[in-house]
Design a protein around this ligand. Structure first.
Ligand code: ACO
Ligand code: ZN
Length: 461
């Protein structure tokens, strides 16, 4: 589709690849955007645009009234397929969850945008002594040092080609959202990304999904008929955890293939840079539900490889948008580490992490490690408590590299008189206490009924 506009006698071509300022949906002013596609609806052009430096989930169709076409820039000729800086970069604009606004002044945002991981040249040696001295005045109020060092976790140098999260290059089709809206239980949810639902269903205004078996249907009528005969009131598999209203079901991707595939299709709507595997056999799925009188409602899930050579304890993790920013993400993460504790292993999420994935993991790691540090008691001689990186890792099942990167990210490590010491300011302690008070739901290990299986001994999954 090519469209012409008349601007001061100059005929300018609006084509895919052009850039222009677009009015942000949340009233935050103009933002430079690239036109990815053009269509005509009722004789009026609509432009599918990507906001530069913002995550793709904000991409949308806009009419020309939302655009400042007097500032239109033609595509840069020398670059055939422009490399999108915005994809995967950790910029969190105001409204990322399709409307729920995250206040720009929130501390996590500050951490995220200002925080750079500093390479302190620490060895990973477990022998490294980490003293903790909460009350050392001279270090107490020390300011965070900001350095230019990149954060190795944000930008992987080469995309991984194994596991479930294979980085792929966007093509014309997968670059654009294809499902307008889904109806899921009591919710209507706007998808964030492309998901390979059958093409004939993607032109519908609403795609209906059974909240129990996750089957997709083309109309409200079909869903109604389906619900009358759907046998599910909760996910298949074993309920391995229950406390109060929260339950977790373990689903074997081989035994419940259809459910697992439907779950992956649904998840892909909110996960970018994922290649969907229809071979769900190598994965287990942990579905977290909230119970009420009508049944078990899916809140989120994570998948996990039955055998991971790289010690990944999570492949993909998702909180459904209506439940986001309420602590369920960290609850799922906490659950994944509880499983690792039962296995007697340390684990780490599969890379690359998404922007929100990194935020959530950072927050979980920080709070979990700080909780351990703050619970340390001085020894009998009244000396500073002492703990090694290895011990923190063993206590939490958080992989050693993640412990170190978290300590560095929090800028807690100082070198003092030949020793590495961790110093926490009063302010950091208060921030931690406030953050923990805001986390009312926690995983209660006593309510987990689960034994790990050695999948390597099972011949075939
Ligand atoms: N903007 C700013 N901060 C955010 C946002 C947001 N939109 N969403 C979450 N956070 C922060 C929260 O402030 C919180 O930190 P805090 O407690 O220190 O304030 C932290 O992230 C976790 O918040 P939760 O409420 O526990 O997490 P949530 O239920 O929202 O789930 C998740 C987080 C799973 C990443 C969710 O955003 C999601 O499903 N995103 C889409 C899929 C995705 O990106 N998954 C991760 C991919 S990486 C991987 O799979 C290994
Ligand atoms: Zn159903």
């Amino acid at each position: 589709g090519v469209k012409m506009v008349n601007m001061a006698d100059v005929k300018t071509e609006i084509t895919e690849g052009c850039h222009a300022p677009v009015l942000l949906p949340n009233g935050d002013g103009w933002h430079s955007a690239e036109i990815l596609s053009i269509k005509e609806v009722n004789g009026k052009p609509l432009y599918y645009i990507h906001y530069e430096d913002y995550n793709k989930r904000l991409d949308e169709w806009v009419p020309d009234e939302r655009m400042d076409l007097s500032k239109l820039e033609q595509p840069k000729k020398d670059v055939k397929t422009p490399i999108k800086k915005g994809e995967g970069t950790p910029v969190i604009p105001r409204a990322v969850n399709g409307g729920t606004s995250s206040r720009s002044s929130s501390p996590e945002r500050d951490i995220y945008e200002n925080g750079t991981m500093q390479s302190l040249g620490l060895s990973n040696s477990g022998a490294m002594k980490v003293n903790i001295g909460g009350g050392i005045g001279s270090f107490g109020g020390r300011k965070r040092k900001q350095e230019e060092d990149g954060d190795s976790q944000d930008v992987p140098s080469t995309p991984r080609q194994t596991g479930s999260m294979v980085a792929h290059h966007d093509d014309i089709i997968t670059r654009m959202k294809n499902v307008n809206l889904i109806e899921f239980g009591q919710w209507q949810i706007k998808p964030w990304y492309f998901s390979p639902y059958p093409q004939e269903l993607t032109c519908l205004p609403i795609l209906y999904i059974c909240e129990y078996c996750l089957k997709y249907l083309k109309s409200a009528k079909c869903l109604e008929r389906h619900l009358a005969k759907c046998l599910y009131k909760h996910p298949p598999g074993n309920e391995i955890y229950r406390k109060d209203k929260i339950s977790v079901f373990e689903i074997d991707g081989r035994k419940n293939k259809q459910y697992a595939q439907h779950l992956c299709l649904l998840a892909k709507l909110f996960l970018d840079h994922k290649t969907l595997y229809f071979d769900t056999d190598p994965f287990l799925f942990y579905c977290m539900c909230e119970q009420d009188t009508r049944g078990y409602h899916l809140v989120g899930f994570f998948s996990k490889e039955k055998e991971s050579a790289e010690d990944f304890n999570v492949a993909c993790i998702l909180t459904l948008p209506p439940y986001q920013r309420k602590g369920y993400g960290k609850l799922l993460i906490e659950f994944s580490y509880e499983l690792s504790k039962v296995e007697g292993k340390t684990g780490s999420p599969e890379k690359p992490l998404s922007d929100l994935g990194l935020l959530s993991y950072r927050s979980y790691w920080s709070q979990t490690i700080l909780e351990i540090l703050l619970n340390l008691k001085p020894n009998e001689a009244g000396e500073r408590p002492c703990i090694t990186i290895n011990e923190i890792s063993e206590l939490t099942s958080i992989k050693k590299d993640d412990v170190i990167s978290t300590l560095q990210h929090l800028n807690l490590i100082n070198y003092y008189k030949g020793q590495y010491i961790i110093t926490l300011s009063e302010e950091q302690i208060h921030t931690q206490e406030r953050a923990m008070a805001k986390r009312p739901i926690r995983i209660d290990p006593k309510c987990l009924h689960w034994q790990s299986k050695d999948w390597s001994k099972r011949g075939k999954w």
